[in-house]
Design a binder for this molecule. Structure first.
Ligand code: HAM
Length: 427
């Protein structure tokens, strides 16, 4: 076959899909406990949303967007991240007018970035993200961080490192920006073209450059933490105190600048340590974005959030050898041979399923031996045999696949018998 899956994307086949469903269940569960409600926004948006929201000078907007013109001549973009879209929805649906503030929202969905694919870096990936919009209370920063930390821990990951920084408010950032320009300008010719362009447009991004990361000026660059004004310092201090209060360990790294433009004050990432994880060690990232709602056309509404990809999470679980509980397996397989027994099996399955029991049968005219093999392959706990003889006597033979013993049950009692057996199994 010549047609292949696009680079940087993947099929999630049934065995793997179970792991995804397990993780998605965990996401819904933890978000319920933290009182975050799900929001679903379109896969594509007007291109301008990301240009304004994520920022014209970012790699995402400059190099990584899947942008196309639709038949009506509009420029649309497959969303590269969720925050700008959630903020657009918050503004458009006037969620800022709700009595409930902050709006505590979460989403799970595919994002698209034209990146160089490698392990942990996909062109289509699924983000779980959380956004709390409408509060500038440092307690909400701490809550959002705690949600991410607890989520990873509950899945059984360890070796996590929470890295924290403050990017300050706009006054602090402005002062830092001037200092950065002054620092890099005299030697900017020694830097890559991207950095040259960043010098005036967005000098903070120079600190995140992969090409020039060894340049001596990088190490001596002015730290944002030295430029935080009184208010920003106080804010950062409170966030740290709250994390201490919650028993959440962190490291402060003034070099953590994040790749999107909307951040101010709190910025954070969770990294994973340990060998076998390759070059990609950042599991999730987030931060505060106090000007974004206004930038998108809404009233002043401070926000904070994070996003993580399920692909990187699964990689981390695999590297650490964490196996997720397997929900695979049938309660009951009905092995029916012959025309009448097969018909009866269909009716019995309907009743079993209505009683909440997972079951299946053969649809490929297999002999009895083949059907038992299939039952085994499907992980059935019980196999119920229905042949012409059984049907004549109005019975069914139920075999426990784990213990090997079997019992003949009147057909009329089969459903309640199975219910009881499965109840016992759970005890
Ligand atoms: P981001 O740092 O660009 O932030 O991405 C967040 C997370 O998405 C990363 O830490 C990683 O887990 C995952 N991710 C990003 N790119 C890829 C990729 N190519 N392949 C696999 N996984 C990837 C944001 O997207 C912000 N919207 C986060 C945020 C929410 N900030 C505030 N609220």
């Amino acid at each position: 076959m010549d047609i292949r899956i696009p680079r940087g994307t993947q099929d999630i086949l049934p065995d793997d899909a179970r792991r995804w469903q397990y993780i998605e269940d965990k996401i819904h569960d933890i978000c319920r406990r933290f009182n975050y409600a799900e929001i679903r926004t379109p896969i594509f948006e007007q291109t301008e949303l990301f240009q304004r929201g994520v920022g014209d000078t970012t790699d995402i907007v400059q190099k990584e967007m899947y942008t196309f013109t639709d038949r009506g001549g509009r420029s649309l973009t497959l969303r590269p991240e969720g925050t700008a879209a959630v903020v657009r929805s918050y503004v458009e649906n006037k969620l800022y007018g709700s009595a409930v503030q902050p709006q505590k929202l979460y989403y799970i969905g595919p994002m698209f970035r034209y990146e160089r694919p490698q392990s942990g870096r996909m062109r289509q990936f699924v983000q779980f993200g959380v956004e709390a919009i409408g509060s500038a209370d440092p307690a909400i920063d701490a809550e959002v961080i705690a949600l991410a930390v607890d989520f990873y821990k509950e899945l059984g990951l360890d070796g996590l490192k929470l890295v924290l920084n403050s990017l300050g408010d706009s006054a602090s950032r402005h002062a830092h920006r001037e200092a950065l320009i002054k620092h890099f300008r005299p030697q900017i010719d020694e830097f890559c073209d991207d950095c040259k362009n960043r010098l005036e447009a967005n000098p903070l991004r120079i600190l995140d450059c992969k090409t020039d990361k060894e340049h001596p000026l990088m190490k001596t660059a002015p730290s944002i933490l030295d430029y935080l004004n009184e208010q920003s310092q106080q804010y950062f201090k409170t966030v740290k105190e709250l994390l201490d209060e919650m028993g959440i360990a962190y490291e402060v790294d003034p070099g953590l600048v994040r790749g999107l433009d909307y951040y101010n004050n709190t910025a954070f990432e969770i990294m994973i340590e340990g060998k076998g994880f390759g070059a990609i060690t950042t599991l999730m990232g987030g931060g505060r974005y106090n000007g974004l709602v206004e930038e998108i056309g809404g009233p002043e509404s401070p926000g904070i959030g994070f996003a993580l990809s399920i692909e990187r999470l699964l990689m981390a679980l695999d590297t650490q050898g964490v196996t997720l509980p397997d929900s695979k397996g049938l309660d009951c397989y009905i092995a029916a041979v012959g025309e009448e027994p097969s018909k009866r099996a269909v009716a019995l399955m309907t009743e079993l399923r209505r009683a909440g029991i997972t079951c299946d049968k053969d649809y490929t005219a297999k002999k009895m031996k083949g059907q038992f093999k299939a039952a085994n392959r499907l992980g059935a706990l019980y196999t119920a045999v229905l042949g012409e003889d059984e049907l004549e006597k109005e019975v069914i033979t139920v075999k426990s696949m784990t213990e090997g013993n079997q019992e003949e049950i009147p057909l009329k009692d089969f459903i309640s018998y199975m219910k009881n057996k499965l109840e016992d199994e759970k005890k």
